[in-house]
Design a protein around this ligand. Structure first.
Ligand SMILES: Cc1ncc(COP(=O)(O)O)c(C=O)c1O
Length: 387
């Protein structure tokens, strides 16, 4: 696990684009009939939106990308103007402002996901008054109560009324989002309930002669559980970056992917310590004799505070994260080491490697994989891209 390569920068992450290609191929086998909307919110879950989008589009033919904000999508559109891909914005604050200027979307070929009546009305007015054709992507709330049109007859009736007033007979993309698809236990309860409601919404529009071109509901958990693959599109995020999104405490994942990222650090200090000595802020007491390492990543680099006590293996020696995480440093404690020379100051340590198991070991059962990937990112970490 360690090397003494001084050419590496002090902090680094490797983003392995061929591994993303591997995961995309895996996904295409699992969901051969679905188009993919690759979710690249939050700087592609920390991996860097530009190289990820460019690779996925040019090398793997992915044509749809999901961003959180107009700003993120616009950033990618401006820097990758040659891409033909559709950029979709899911949750921009701009859309809750009073006087929405949809020209920012129209001019940059960016599609907003509309989630309430006033947005829909405003967008339809814009299309009509400007001879524009921003496609209608509508998000419905089927139980998560996050964003989306409500599904009672009244709200559906209001949408129909707006459509009838303007002679609209087509929804380009109808979607909803699962709240708990990452749990096996929810497969036959909330997941099925939400999906049933989604089916009813589709039927409602179809029975009123409104054509629906595309539909999607499946995020990573649903895809892993084989749910909502009947829809034209799927919207994976996490699984494409490597980790399974299924609750690790419930079941082992069968998603045999590769981690796209590898995060490394260096050993800043190694000292021999005795039982009862203390370390870090809060002066945690060491329970045994052992070796104490300080590595050069801390909470400012995205190391979760709750990593403390998680096991960590280094070159065959079993240890654990210990004491409070510092801003730019973290402690590792190895009691009862067999070989005291198992590592040296300056050695590089991979927090995880391309095997997702190493990532699951790092985060344990209680840390959120999304939060770790999204927080351990640039500009604090130097990311190097393997192509
Ligand atoms: C609307 C929507 N669809 C899909 C996803 C992808 O979710 P996951 O990373 O669990 O696949 C997200 C995640 O943010 C989302 O908000």
């Amino acid at each position: 696990m360690t090397t003494n390569d001084n050419s590496l920068p002090t902090r680094n992450g490797i983003i392995n684009l061929p591994n993303l290609g591997f995961n995309l191929d895996l996904l295409k086998k699992k969901a051969p009939n679905n188009e993919i909307i690759f979710m690249v919110k939050s700087n592609a879950y920390g991996h860097g939106e530009l190289p990820i989008v460019k690779f996925a589009n040019l090398e793997k033919g992915i044509n749809f990308f999901g961003f959180a904000s107009l700003r993120e999508a616009n950033f990618a559109r401006k820097r990758l103007p040659f891409l033909e891909a559709e950029f979709i914005v899911f949750s921009d604050l701009f859309m809750v402002q009073k006087n929405m200027d949809w020209s920012l979307y129209a001019e940059n070929r960016i599609i907003p996901v509309v989630h309430n009546i006033s947005q829909l009305e405003s967008l339809l007015n814009f299309n009509e008054n400007n001879n524009a054709s921003i496609p209608l992507y509508l998000m419905f709330n089927t139980g998560m109560n996050r964003l989306g049109f409500d599904t009672e007859e009244k709200d559906l009736g209001q949408i129909l009324k707006l459509f009838n007033q303007r002679g609209i007979t087509k929804i380009h993309h109808l979607m909803s989002h699962f709240g708990y698809s990452y749990s096996v236990k929810e497969r036959n309860t909330s997941v099925t309930n939400q999906y049933t409601i989604f089916g009813k919404i589709k039927k409602f529009f179809q029975s009123h002669a409104v054509k629906i071109n595309h539909t999607s509901m499946a995020n990573s958990g649903a895809i892993e559980q084989g749910v909502a693959l009947e829809e034209t599109h799927i919207r994976p995020g996490l699984i494409l970056y490597g980790p399974s999104s299924m609750l690790q405490k419930e079941a082992r994942s069968s998603w045999n992917s590769k981690m796209v990222s590898t995060i490394s650090c260096k050993i800043l200090s190694k000292r021999t310590v005795k039982k009862g000595e203390r370390c870090s802020y809060g002066l945690s007491q060491l329970p045994e004799d052992g070796i104490l390492l300080v590595i050069n990543l801390g909470y400012a680099d995205g190391v979760p505070l709750s990593i403390s006590n998680h096991p960590f293996e280094l070159n065959g020696e079993r240890g654990q994260f210990f004491g409070r995480v510092n801003m730019d440093m973290t402690f590792l404690f190895f009691p009862q080491v067999e070989d005291v020379n198992f590592c040296q100051e300056g050695d590089v340590i991979n927090l995880w490697d391309e095997n997702p198991e190493s990532f699951y070991r790092f985060i344990g059962k209680d840390i959120h994989p999304y939060a770790v990937l999204c927080s351990m990112q640039m500009p604090r970490l130097q990311l190097e891209y393997l192509t």
